[in-house]
Design a protein around this ligand. Sequence first.
Ligand code: AMP
Ligand code: MG
Length: 309
Amino acid sequence: MDNLLASLIVPPGKKIDLRNDYDPGHIGHFMSKEDAEDAIAAGIRLLSLQQDKLYAQDTYALLIIFQAMDAAGKDSTIKHVMSGVNPQGVQVTSFKVPSVEELNHDYLWRNYIALPRRGDIGIFNRSYYEEVLVVRVHPEYLARQHIPPELNDRNLWNRRFDEINHFEKYLTDNGIIVLKFFLYVSKEEQKRRFLQRVEEPDKNWKFSAADIHERAFFEDYMEAYEDMFNHTSTANAPWYIIPADHKWFTRLAVVSVIHRALDKLQLEYPKVTTEEKDALLKAKADMENESDGPGSTRKKEKKGGRKKA
Ligand code: AMP
Ligand code: MG
């Protein structure tokens, strides 16, 4: 598994070639979905145990970012991979086209307020990375951002990469672990899934004409993604390029990366001090010696005990 995970990471400081170095159809050493089912189920179970400790420890937070083209499987990956975790410790935030209010702030603002609390897992379904993806492919979005003209120059994208790197350094320096997943679906598989969404009535709601419009920019997006990986995969917050033509493999890879990242934290339930332990034992003794007050459901015994007939 370690070799597989190593092959998914975008090596910090190296330049990658998305098309030549990564394969959306990759399935590792697995033969089929059935072959991977046990490993996926085990990963989900382990994640649930780890989250319990993360929450109890209340020290680290985990931020998981998902970026992808439409129909790459972000929603279903989130649904499956998180199916075993306690909802109390997880928040999912989906970032859509920014509102008027959001456009009146700097671009990190809406992301910042959605960051996970310590002990929690925060999932970003899309993120501030859209600011160097959709906004780069469609510069008309930039025009709505009230950017001072002297700052709206050719260096803007490189500045954003730097700003994002600094932001993530700040997060990791403060105990927020950052995992970034790109679900890499091929243009052919996207078409197959789009057609399914048209043909199957229960999937119609997932499809819109805007999706076809964006598909026409597929190659532009791939260029924007590649440049983004080459500038924002850092040692503290690397990118993982997850093959996404086979959903079962996407789930397996994502759950494995999360599991390994949490494993490194060596999470433990908080240890109580001797004094705290003594207080717990005293509380236990007190409860055991409680006299029945009002509201007790225990049957009252007559003084002197009940006599046998
Ligand atoms: P969906 O995830 O399918 O609901 O679509 C959300 C849409 O919002 C996508 O088309 C994104 O590209 C778009 N979006 C998300 N963040 C931004 C952003 N910062 N600027 C412009 N569009 C965005
Ligand atoms: Mg969509």
